[in-house]
Design a protein around this ligand. Structure first.
Ligand code: SER
Length: 605
């Protein structure tokens, strides 16, 4: 079964069971759409849905199904093994206060095993873990019962394992602790016990009856996790309390790449139809083929294409740094493979061609993607040569980073190849002083926890709308949002504009925003059909194809004296009720992000 069919079957299966298909949210958590969770990229399917998992009403209803684009770069060094990737897709079905464990488990088993509507996997090769209860959070006995009932339909007696965590005999259900079976994104936010589904990739016929310690079976790769059903019952607050959610949710996550690996009986994701076209091309062109480098290039190019398509541009901080890192790493490995500079463009085109059926925006953004990568490639090659010479003279890692844009990870890799040792601690010290860069690792931020839809952030959200409207007024141009990020200290807003703003323009923008704050304008949310919203909004910064049929539009200034809407933006919220809640708006920085894109940092204190 091809990955395309797996994706389609999944969406259809749940659609038939009352779920609305919703499009993937952007890879870059934009505050406009969802509260910023302090992460640089969307790292899990649940992330864009956090507000709804915490109780907000979703316009598309209480049963949703999607395939979400995700980026995780914490394991970038592991890319090239059998399953690690920096970009992946997560299929998920969602219950927002609707069904719970019973239906979720029944449907999971049905989808995995049904030959006509699902994947047709052999139920005998499926094993599950459940939450055994820990730290005052009770054991999940319901899931155990539901699994047993459902396995029984196939004549399988699913025995529950013991604390020695060994699978033997008819054991098919293994209760494990928090480490394995309690899911939370970061430190705070919606969470709960989960049940994970594993597939025996070898099977009894070839490998004999499955036997052994669970952790050994997963480590050896015989058991591979394919699906996680999280039963969200709590909201973990910043003071560490688990507050029961008013409505219980189901959040499931099934990695498309891993599922494809299982369905195609392959040993690693790079042998699936998702990656074969890229690897085949590299193999046909490489002068010195190296499987590891080819895998790294395939993964990184795919990642970069999706990041750029969602508005990321190479930079020395935050998401832009992650992009720069994967791109430069890809370029270096292309060189290692003896491939000419042109090959990267062929690979980009393969990615765009192969994934546009699911993400048509790739086709729309093709010119931009090619241009961003071309520019970065050129920049990198120019500095690479110079930087390498300096490196050989013994210049330190931080200078290489600052002057030549050498990511530290790359310097370490280069040094390793040449048998030189880099003192990463010294680099770290210098780096600390280098503003903002510590935010570069998305996982680091993710570990830092979900910030929660704080009051301050909410105010910044509304200020972002005011800023966009003011820019449009002052610059008299078709200004659209190119990126947005909010912390409790400041807002950051990227937009299209070819040149530096003058001091007068900045002052005018500030004044206009403050004027609107002083006018005490109400902020009104209207839910409307997407087509209607397209006409109602002042600008269209988003690709609406990514959203459901009903969307929210936030209007500011509906009742202003002139009777005009100052701002009407398509947005998921949240927002303050009145602009008077905002405080004094000040632009603290205006700078370039990339050609044609400017960035404003501002505060409201
Ligand atoms: N949130 C869970 C995960 O990412 C299930 O979607 O694994």
């Amino acid at each position: 079964m091809q990955s395309k069919e797996i994706r389609e079957r999944y969406l259809k299966f749940f659609e038939k069971r009352g779920h609305t298909i919703i499009p993937s949210a952007t890879l870059v958590p934009a505050n406009y759409d969802i509260p910023d969770k302090g992460t640089l990229f969307t790292t899990a399917g649940m992330q864009p849905l956090v507000p709804y998992l915490l109780g907000e009403k979703h316009p598309a209803g209480s049963r949703l199904v999607d395939v979400q684009k995700c980026v995780r770069t914490g394991d970038i060094e592991d890319v090239g093994d059998n399953r690690h990737l920096t970009f992946f897709e997560m299929m998920g079905n969602w219950s927002l206060g609707d069904y719970f464990k019973k239906e979720s488990i029944a449907w999971s088993l049905e989808f995995l095993t049904d030959k006509n509507e699902g994947l047709g996997l052999d139920p005998k090769r499926l094993y599950v873990t459940t939450f055994k209860g820990e730290d005052g959070i009770p054991r999940d006995d319901d899931s155990v019962i539901f699994w047993q009932e459902n396995f029984a339909k196939y004549g399988l007696s699913a025995v529950v394992g013991t604390d020695d965590e060994t699978i033997t005999g008819d054991i098919r259900i293994l209760p494990l602790g928090r480490e394995d079976n309690f899911w939370i994104a970061g430190v705070t936010g919606p969470c709960g016990g989960d049940t994970e589904i594993f597939y025996d990739v070898i099977g009894e016929k070839k490998g004999g009856k499955l036997f052994g310690k669970f952790s050994d079976l997963t480590k050896s790769g015989r058991l591979i996790e394919i699906w996680n059903n999280v039963f969200m019952e709590f909201n973990k607050t910043t003071d560490g309390k688990y507050e029961p959610l008013t409505k219980k949710n189901v959040d499931t996550g099934m990695g498309l790449e891993r599922t494809t690996l299982v369905m195609q009986g392959k040993a690693n994701v790079f042998e699936t139809d998702i990656f074969v076209p890229l690897l085949t091309f590299i193999r046909s062109q490489a002068k010195s083929y190296d499987e590891m480098s080819a895998r790294i290039v395939s993964d990184h190019v795919r990642s970069a294409v999706f990041m750029i398509s969602d508005g990321v541009t190479p930079a020395n901080t935050e998401a832009g740094y992650v992009l720069r890192r994967v791109l430069r790493r890809a370029i270096r490995h292309l060189d290692k493979l003896g491939l000419s500079g042109e090959v990267i463009f062929d690979l980009i085109k393969i990615v765009i061609t192969n994934f546009s059926y699911a993400y048509p925006e790739l086709k729309d953004n093709k010119a931009e993607i090619l241009e961003v990568i071309r520019a970065e490639d050129e920049k990198f090659r120019l500095t690479l040569e110079k930087g390498l010479r300096e490196f050989e003279k013994g210049i330190d890692a931080f200078d290489l980073f600052q002057t030549y844009g050498f990511p530290i990870e790359m310097t370490v890799e280069l040094a390793k190849e040449k048998g030189i040792k880099i003192d990463v601690a010294v680099f770290g010290e210098k780096m600390k002083k280098h503003q903002e860069i510590s935010k570069a690792g998305s996982e680091q931020k993710f570990k830092g926890g979900l910030a929660g839809t704080g009051e301050v952030e909410t105010r910044y959200h509304t200020a972002t709308h005011l800023l966009l409207a003011a820019l449009r007024n002052v610059l008299k141009g078709e200004i659209v949002q190119k990126g947005s990020n909010i912390t409790t200290e400041r807002m950051r807003f990227d937009f299209n504009w070819p040149e530096k703003l003058t001091a007068e323009q900045i002052k005018e923008v500030e004044d206009l925003v403050n004027e609107k704050i002083q006018e005490k304008l109400p902020v009104i949310m209207v839910e409307m059909p997407k087509e209607e919203a397209k006409k109602a909004v002042t600008t269209l910064s988003f690709d609406l194809s990514k959203y459901g049929d009903t969307v929210k539009v936030y209007k500011i200034g509906d009742q202003s004296p002139v009777g005009q809407v100052f701002s009407a933006e398509f947005c998921g919220g949240p927002h303050v009720a009145n602009t008077s809640e905002l405080g004094h708006f000040k632009i603290v920085k205006e700078e370039a992000v990339s050609a044609g894109v400017r960035r404003i940092k501002a505060t409201i204190v």
